[in-house]
Design a binder for this molecule. Structure first.
Ligand SMILES: Cc1cc2nc3c(=O)[nH]c(=O)nc-3n(C[C@H](O)[C@H](O)[C@H](O)COP(=O)(O)O)c2cc1C
Length: 208
C-alpha cells in the first residue's frame, strides 16, 4: 500500500474502521495472517482474566460477529456461562495495526451454525474433539488425551462421530473496536463503539 493511501486511511475514522474489519476478515480466511490466531480473553468465576490463542474462523462485519471453534468442555466455555464479556486482541506487523475488540460471547453446541462449522472442519480438526477425558483434565503421564489408535493418523468419518457432541462454536458479538496504528511520524488511535439505538459505529480519536 502506498504511503499516500496509508496516510489517507490512518487519518480518517471511516477508513480506519473499514481497515479493522478488512484485516479481521483476511485473518479469518488467510492462515498466514497474524490475525488468524488472536488472543481471546474471558473472565473466570473468580473474576480473573484468562487468555488463550484461538483460530479465528469467520468474520461477519454486518452482524458484527466473530466465530471461533472450541470444545464445549473447556474452561473458557464455563467462564462465558458465568460472564459473557470477552476481549479479542491481535497485532498485524505488516499493517502495523493492533486491534483490541470487546463484546459479548455466546457458545452454541447445537443448531445450524454449529452444524455448518462442524461440516467445514477437517477430519484432523474434528479429531481434536475426541479427547477423553476433557481438555484440561489432569494426566498421570504425558499424553494427548486421544486414543493411541487414532494418534498420528487421519481418522475416518466414522471415528470422529462421537467428537461432534464435544464441539461448539464461540460467537463474539463485537461492541467496541480499538484500532492502534504505529507510525514513525506519529501513531494514531481510534475507538469505535457500536451505537445500538442508531445502528451505527460511533468513532473517536484517542491519544495513542
Ligand atoms: C495456534 C493455536 C491455536 C489454537 N486454536 C484454538 C481454537 O481455535 N479453539 C480452542 O478452543 N483452542 C485453541 N487453542 C488452544 C487454546 O489456546 C487453549 O489452550 C485451549 O483451548 C484451552 O483453553 P481454556 O482452558 O482456556 O478454555 C489454540 C492454541 C494455539 C497455540
Amino acid at each position: 500500500m502506498s504511503q499516500v493511501r496509508k496516510d489517507l486511511i490512518h487519518n480518517d475514522l471511516v477508513l480506519s474502521l473499514q481497515e479493522s474489519w478488512d484485516l479481521l476478515s483476511i485473518g479469518a480466511t488467510d492462515r498466514h495472517s497474524p490475525l488468524h490466531t488472536p488472543a481471546v480473553a474471558t473472565v473466570t468465576r473468580d473474576g480473573a482474566p484468562s487468555q488463550r490463542i484461538m483460530v479465528l474462523r469467520s468474520v461477519d462485519k454486518f452482524r458484527r460477529q466473530l466465530r471461533f471453534n472450541t470444545d464445549r468442555r473447556v474452561s473458557k466455555v464455563s467462564d462465558i456461562g458465568h460472564e459473557s464479556a470477552i476481549s479479542v486482541l491481535g497485532y498485524h506487523p505488516g499493517a502495523k495495526v493492533q486491534l483490541r475488540l470487546s463484546g459479548k460471547a455466546a457458545v452454541q453446541s447445537t443448531g445450524p451454525e454449529a452444524d455448518a462449522a462442524w461440516q467445514q472442519a477437517s477430519l484432523y480438526g474434528q479429531r481434536c474433539y475426541l479427547a477423553d477425558p476433557a481438555p484440561g483434565s489432569p494426566l498421570a503421564a504425558p499424553g494427548s488425551g486421544l486414543d493411541p489408535a487414532i494418534e498420528g493418523v487421519r481418522p475416518t468419518p466414522e471415528q470422529v462421530i462421537p467428537a461432534r457432541a464435544n464441539f461448539a462454536i464461540l460467537l463474539v458479538e463485537v461492541e467496541t473496536i480499538e484500532w492502534l496504528y504505529l507510525a514513525h511520524a506519529g501513531h494514531r488511535r481510534a475507538r469505535f463503539r457500536w451505537n445500538a439505538a442508531d445502528r451505527q459505529w460511533d468513532g473517536s480519536w484517542l491519544v495513542p
